[in-house]
Design a protein around this ligand. Structure first.
Ligand code: AMP
Length: 544
């Protein structure tokens, strides 16, 4: 027997229309590419998104066409999120930090019709355009006064392109499984792979983000969205924000510590979201300028994911900022939210060290994402917090495959997606990532967690950043090498760092050597680039 309830497709356009009706005055503040801070509202964004949808139709964009953006976080980017998806086309958010060859590959692979771009990317596009034969038009996301002087085929000005259009536009009732957005993973090997989100997966994911134990977003929050709109849709914030009417603050291209701090302070930010590397820059600024964030900021929570949040970072936010770090785990293929770490009431009885051990975990699965860990024979492992194995996930906002099938089969016979991460899961469901499967260090038949070692090393006051890689060893197969970037002006010897790690990790995990470097290689999304690091140390031999 069927239920007797209304059938309504879950559509991205319904989010912005909901916001226009119920949160019309809630603010969106953007650091614009032109320089000044720009203020708008969900009501105005909805109106301009409808204008932009009319302009897309006029330009000949049809449902299913791919429309690219090469842009920082800002209100025009948000308008395109809704205009493009809402009218049935697919918003392809391109990560401008990728190498030119990768950019060329993904724009051609996606077969983008139009590229919308922030003016700062004009020189990059000028170089690329001759290699993008299918792009029919480029739109600079600015007004006439700030148009970049560049040579691009069919170059338009955003404000002129959409400004003259009517705001009367009826969003089409699309099937909810239609594609709405496309984001390529910045994998370290092979070509980037496209993850194609649907309207349904996006709306369901936004609902999960708004739940208290998800991201806990609500109308009372002012969220600083440092995580880029070109990386997994800024963790879904443009959608979740419209769903609940949170004030959103977009930092544009200014991600340095001083700019981020000014936005936190001046906009009364209560929740900030970003990967660990951006917070390291913020900490440096606070330390150098001797600022007092606890007294000056309203920051209550910081959502950190994308890479492990080291304990030292969690502690600095608590002590210096008075803010709680909420550690989260996800990936492009998961829209991205998979797990969020919040403590349970009974954890209140734990001491500081016990609480920290939990906070360093990536957390419990949000409803909608099922998780399990398996061994090399695909047998499910115990959820005892000790057994570690490949992390598999399944759910309505998990990818079922890659765009155009380029990336191979991704699901097993039962529909589980292999995340490529290695994790433990404890009896309460707290999942802890110990490594990327390809980064685990195999020593004497056992695994050493490079992430746990890195986190412990980052707890040393002289360490700015740490990475651990496995180095070939005659007897043990592999042994850990700790590679460290020291804070400006700080001093520490390898022996001191090893001594610092003693007692924090199993004694046989202690790195055989410590090397110091000026900086560590990062991917386009701020992750440690271990492959590159292993290359850098290819000829390195451990001390006898
Ligand atoms: P991406 O698709 O670029 O967002 O990368 C996803 C990958 O980032 C995951 O598979 C993990 O390896 C890593 N990752 C994301 N969040 C965390 C976290 N909180 N701790 C450790 N690794 C993480």
């Amino acid at each position: 027997m069927l239920g007797n309830m209304q059938q309504q497709p879950l559509l991205v356009s319904s989010l912005i229309e909901h916001a226009a009706r119920n949160h019309p005055r809630a603010e969106l503040v953007s650091r614009s590419s032109e320089g000044p801070l720009h203020r708008t509202s969900y009501g105005a964004v909805a109106q301009r998104a409808r204008q932009a949808a009319n302009a897309l139709v006029r330009m000949g964009i049809k449902p299913g066409d791919r429309v690219a953006t090469l842009a920082w976080n800002g209100y025009r980017h948000m308008e395109l999120y809704y205009a493009v998806a809402g009218m049935g086309a697919v918003l392809h958010t391109v990560n401008p930090r990728l190498f030119a060859e990768q950019l060329e590959y993904i724009v051609n692979h996606a077969d983008d019709e139009v590229v919308f771009f922030d003016i700062g990317f004009a020189p990059l596009l000028e170089q690329l355009a001759p290699r993008l034969p299918n792009v029919k038009c480029y739109v600079a996301m600015t007004d006439r006064q700030h148009m970049p002087s560049c040579v691009l085929p069919k170059l338009l000005c955003y404000e002129e392109w959409m400004g003259a259009e009517s705001a009367d536009y009826e969003w089409p009732m699309l099937p909810e499984d239609s594609a709405c957005a496309l984001c390529y993973t910045s994998g370290t090997t092979g070509n980037p792979k496209g993850v194609l989100y649907s309207h349904r997966s996006t709306v369901l994911h936004a609902m999960a983000a708004c739940t208290v134990d998800g991201m806990g977003l609500g109308a009372a929050e002012t969220a600083l969205v440092v995580v880029p709109m070109f990386h997994v849709n800024a963790w879904g914030m443009p959608y979740a924000g419209a769903m609940c009417g949170a004030k959103l603050v977009f930092p544009g291209p200014a991600l340095d510590g001083a700019s981020v701090y000014a936005l936190l302070r001046d906009e009364g930010v209560t929740l900030a979201l970003g990967v660990p590397t951006v917070w390291l820059a913020l900490f440096r600024h606070v330390e150098q300028e001797k600022l007092r964030p606890r007294a000056e900021l309203l920051l209550g929570r910081v959502l950190i994911g994308g890479s492990a949040a080291p304990g030292a970072m969690i502690a600095t936010f608590a002590e210096v900022f008075g803010a709680e770090v909420i550690h989260a785990w996800g990936m492009t293929e998961l829209s991205p939210l998979g797990a969020v770490c919040r403590l349970l009431p009974r954890h209140a009885a734990l001491g500081p060290a016990g609480k920290m051990r939990l906070r360093e975990k990536q957390g419990r699965a949000v409803f909608g994402v099922a998780m399990k860990i398996v061994d090399d024979e695909d047998r499910e492992l115990a959820r005892d917090g000790k057994a570690s194995g490949r992390l598999l996930v399944r759910g309505p906002w998990v990818a079922a495959g890659y765009y155009r099938g380029d990336g191979g089969e991704v699901l097993d016979a039962d529909g589980w997606f292999d995340t490529g991460d290695v994790a433990t899961i404890d009896p309460d469901g707290y999942m802890h990532i110990t490594d990327r499967a390809k980064d685990v260090i195999k020593s004497g038949g056992e695994w050493i967690s490079s992430i746990d070692l890195e986190n412990a090393a980052m707890g040393h006051p002289a360490v700015a950043e740490a990475a651990v890689i496995g180095v070939a060893h005659e007897k043990w197969q592999e042994r850990p090498l700790l590679v460290v970037v020291l804070k400006a002006g700080a001093q520490a010897s390898g022996a001191e760092l090893r001594a610092h790690l003693e007692g924090k990790v199993a004694s046989w995990w202690l790195p055989d050597d410590v090397q110091f470097v000026e900086q560590l290689p990062h991917t386009a999304t701020g992750k440690l680039q271990k492959m590159k690091l292993r290359e850098m140390f290819r000829d390195y031999r451990l001390p006898a």
